[in-house]
Design a protein around this ligand. Structure first.
Ligand SMILES: [Zn+2]
Length: 281
C-alpha cells in the first residue's frame, strides 16, 4: 500500500510538472535588423513586372533575435572574398564584426542561426559563428547541398558554400527542419511556401508587440508586400504571392512583416546605432 501511495504521489508530481512545462509562456524576443552592406540593384530583378532602369540601394541584412538566454541570427550574411570581389558591396562590414561593433555580440555568443535559404548572401557567413546550431529546411539542404556537399542542384547555392554547410552537418551542427509551421525554438516558428528557392523559409518571432515575421527574400521589398507582387526571382510566383499574404495574417500588424533587402526598414523603424533598426525592443 505504501508503495502504491508513493507511486501515485510521484505520478501526480510528474503530471503537475509536465503541465507546468506545457503552459510555460515563450520568451518575448527583441528583434533588430543589422545592415552590413549595400549595393545598387535594379528593381526589376526584385519585383515581378517592375519597369526596367529603376535602381535601389539594397540592404544586405542579418536579423538578430534575442531572448530566453539565446542569441539567434536569422541568416548570417557573407564574407568570402569571391563575393566581395564579384559584388563590390558598399559600406561592407564582415557580419561578425558588425555584430560585435554595433550590438556587442561576440561570434561565440551566437547560439542559433536560422538560414532562410542557401543563397550566398544569407548563408555564406554561418561558419563565422563557432558555437551556433544551424536551422535549415531539410528539403532545401537535400535539394541543393546533396548527399556529399558537391551540390545536388546548382543555382540555389554557391560551390564554395555547399561543402561548408556539408562539413558543419558532419559536425552535428545542422538541424534539418521538416516542413511548414514548425516551432523550432520556444516562440519561434518557421514557414515554407515562399518559393524563393526550392524550400526557402520565413520566420515568425514572438515579441512584446506580437508576432514579427522575418520574410527574408520571400519578400524582397515593401513594394512586393504592399503591391501583392511576386518577387522577381521565384520558382513559383503564385505560391510566393500566397506566402506573402500569409505573412500578413501571421504578423501582429502589416508593419511587422520585414522584407529581406529593403533599405526602408532602416527609415521605417528607429535606428539605434548606425545600421541597426530596432524592430521590437
Ligand atoms: Zn538575398
Amino acid at each position: 500500500m505504501r508503495g502504491m501511495r508513493i507511486l501515485s504521489a510521484l505520478i501526480i508530481s510528474a503530471v503537475a510538472l509536465l503541465s507546468t512545462v506545457g503552459t510555460t509562456a515563450p520568451p518575448l524576443y527583441s528583434v533588430h535588423a543589422l545592415r552590413f552592406a549595400s549595393a545598387p540593384y535594379d528593381v526589376k530583378n526584385l519585383v515581378a513586372g517592375a519597369t526596367a532602369g529603376r535602381s535601389i540601394d539594397i540592404a544586405f541584412t542579418i536579423w538578430v533575435v534575442r531572448g530566453g538566454g539565446k542569441t539567434i541570427l536569422v541568416d548570417a550574411g557573407f564574407y568570402r572574398d569571391k563575393f566581395i570581389q564579384q559584388w563590390k558591396p558598399v559600406g561592407y562590414s564582415k557580419p561578425s564584426d558588425a555584430l560585435s561593433t554595433q550590438l556587442g555580440i561576440k561570434p561565440e555568443d551566437v547560439t542559433d542561426i536560422i538560414v532562410t535559404h542557401s543563397h550566398w548572401d544569407h548563408m555564406d557567413g554561418v561558419d563565422l559563428f563557432p558555437r551556433a546550431k544551424i536551422w535549415i529546411q531539410k528539403e532545401e539542404y537535400s535539394y541543393y547541398i546533396g548527399d556529399d556537399g558537391s551540390r545536388a542542384h546548382t543555382g540555389g547555392v554557391d560551390a564554395i558554400d555547399a561543402p561548408m554547410l556539408f562539413k558543419l552537418n558532419g559536425e552535428a551542427r545542422v538541424n534539418l527542419v521538416d516542413g511548414d509551421a514548425k516551432e523550432i525554438l520556444p516562440g519561434i516558428s518557421v514557414y515554407t511556401g515562399g518559393k524563393h528557392t526550392f524550400a526557402s523559409q520565413f520566420v515568425g518571432v514572438t515579441t512584446s508587440a506580437g508576432t514579427v515575421v522575418l520574410a527574408s527574400d520571400n519578400a524582397y521589398l515593401y513594394e512586393n508586400l504592399e503591391g501583392k507582387l511576386a518577387i522577381a526571382q521565384t520558382l513559383d510566383a503564385a505560391s510566393n504571392v500566397a506566402a506573402q499574404a500569409r505573412m500578413l495574417t501571421l504578423a501582429a500588424a502589416p508593419k511587422f512583416v520585414i522584407p529581406g533587402h529593403d533599405p526602408a526598414v532602416f527609415t521605417r523603424f528607429p535606428v539605434s546605432t548606425t545600421g541597426v533598426a530596432e524592430i521590437v525592443k
